[in-house]
Design a protein around this ligand. Structure first.
Ligand SMILES: Cc1ncc(COP(=O)(O)O)c(C=O)c1O
Length: 360
């Protein structure tokens, strides 16, 4: 057993999971083994949805593997990265015993999944420094070691703080936690960042896993396609814990189309636009009276603190602009997270916040 497999719950290491009709490799041309209909639904012209899908549609899996620079066996496709987070926690954490480390303020699903699994949640908070929030790698390592955590969730770029973690720091953490914990790097916003992907660490560090999604830069949030990229043995364990047919055929078809060379070229152009709009929005907010601080961001959003956050939130709402209220998040009692939109949408944000100051 390699070091990563030793992190899997002992009771799940040789768990076979559900053997669906589609997971058996049988040959034939009359398929009567899954109680499907012999006819297509009238709404399903080409009959693409008549049969259960392949648990891991091969064409999509290999396209995603190519996109992220990994082998197909290292990629598990699921219903958004949300599902990958859930699978990782369920497969590694023994309920009532194991723990995860999170770095608040941060995306809430790591803690939600841990709660549901009965795993302890250990916090190593981000530190609010002169250059923005940063992950305190020493505190994270100590928190993981002292509490015997099975998973460390790093969010890079961090949602909502915006900062990315240098790859060298992630590699050093993976070394320190080898055989003890899996370092999961959530790169939901990786396309918008300067830093290279942590997938480049996988060869040297089997205890690193990377989450990617088509929900953000690829504009396919409703298709619910996300992946975990990890050690092939761990991926096989996660698949056995996954629902039998996690990737609906219409979603797989749409995702493959959305990853064509032409679509990818357009996605890249839009990422470039978001990055330049992010800089413009950042600069405009810094010039706006009533904005106390704007954080540098590597994602497609900007985090800002306000002198009167309630007023800013209301002014945006009155202008029809809905942003994410961060007041309930630790360290962010005066902050809003604003997604970078189209240039005209960003103009509306800037106009609404500037106008409220003139009225004051
Ligand atoms: C950091 C982070 N990870 C994961 C997700 C979930 O993404 P998905 O749509 O792939 O489930 C989000 C969604 O907002 C996110 O912000």
């Amino acid at each position: 057993m390699n070091g990563v497999m030793s992190l899997v719950r002992p009771d799940l290491r040789d768990f076979a999971g559900y053997k669906s009709a589609r997971s058996e490799s049988l040959r034939g041309d009359v398929w009567l083994n899954a109680n499907e209909s012999a006819w297509a639904n009238p709404a399903d012209g080409a009959g693409r949805s008549r049969r259960y899908p392949d648990p891991q549609p091969p064409a999509l899996r290999s396209r995603l593997a190519q996109l992220y620079g990994a082998a197909s066996e290292q990629v598990l496709v699921g219903r958004g990265s949300d599902e990958a987070i859930d699978l990782l926690v369920r497969a590694l954490c023994v309920p009532g015993q194991d723990a995860i480390v999170v770095t608040p303020p941060v995306f809430g699903m790591y803690a939600v999944c841990a709660r549901l699994q009965g795993a302890r949640i250990i916090e190593a908070p981000l530190v609010d420094g002169d250059a923005g929030f940063f992950a305190d790698m020493e505190a994270i390592r100590e928190a993981a070691l002292v509490n015997g955590a099975k998973i460390v969730f790093l969010c890079s770029p961090s949602n909502p703080a915006g900062s990315a973690i240098p790859l060298d720091d992630i590699a050093a953490l993976a070394c320190a936690l080898e055989g003890r914990a899996l370092v999961v790097v959530d790169e939901a916003y990786g396309e918008f960042a300067d830093e290279a992907s942590a997938t480049t660490l996988l060869d040297a560090h089997a205890n690193v896993a990377v989450l990617r999604t088509l929900s953000k830069a690829h504009a396919l949030a409703a298709a619910r396609i996300g992946v975990v990229i990890a050690d092939a043995g761990l991926v096989a364990v996660l698949q056995r814990c996954q629902a039998p047919y996690p990737v609906p055929t219409p979603c797989a078809d749409l995702a493959l189309e959305g990853l064509s060379d032409a679509a990818l070229a357009q996605t890249r152009e839009r990422v470039a636009l978001v990055r330049s709009e992010r800089a413009r929005l950042h600069a405009a907010l810094e010039r706006t009276a009533g904005v106390r601080r704007v954080y540098p961001s590597q994602g497609n959003y900007v985090l800002a603190r306000f002198d009167d956050v309630e007023r800013a939130f209301r002014a945006l709402l009155a202008a029809g602009v809905v942003v994410r209220d961060q007041r309930a998040a630790p360290q962010l009692g005066d902050a809003l997270r604003i997604t970078v939109g189209s240039p005209t949408q960003n103009d509306r944000v800037i106009a609404a916040l500037s106008a409220q100051e003139q009225v004051a």
